[in-house]
Design a protein around this ligand. Structure first.
Ligand SMILES: [Zn+2]
Ligand SMILES: [Zn+2]
Length: 134
């Protein structure tokens, strides 16, 4: 499936060819702190299927739980996170942040990872009052 997206301010734009079955929710604590919210929704895409169309993301390198270095890319102007990928040499696999993808409503997650650190209150969302706008 062909997708495209951008950061909030529009400086960074990208396109990719993704497998919609590759969408995951990640409950790891790094995703919680870096996104500032309860979990992150990600779709994996390999290097040859991902293209930055405009702008150059700023990167931050973190050490993953495995000990590997992960390069986290975001817009230095508006702060939107675009992807995380393996740092250093070798073919890259990008974890695109689904909230930046224009077709995000079609990208329903197929699995949840790092469930051990999931917020315990996620299951109550379905039972909360719903207000259509802020
Ligand atoms: Zn931006
Ligand atoms: Zn995570």
């Amino acid at each position: 499936m062909k997708i495209d997206g951008s950061c909030h301010c529009g400086a960074l734009t990208f396109e990719a060819e993704i497998d919609p079955d590759g969408v995951s929710v990640c409950h790891c604590t790094d995703c919680q702190s870096m996104s500032g919210t309860a979990f992150r929704t990600v779709v994996r895409v390999s290097e040859e299927d991902f293209t930055m169309l405009s702008g150059r993301p700023k990167t931050y390198v973190k050490i993953a739980a495995s000990g590997a270095e992960r390069e986290m890319a975001f817009c230095e102007n508006c702060g939107s996170q675009i992807y995380g990928t393996n740092a250093g040499e070798g073919p890259k696999v990008y974890g695109l942040r689904v909230g930046t993808i224009r077709q995000s409503r079609q990208l329903s997650p197929k699995r949840q990872i790092w469930n051990q650190s999931a917020q315990p209150w996620l299951s109550v969302l379905d039972s909360l009052p719903r207000i259509e706008q802020g």
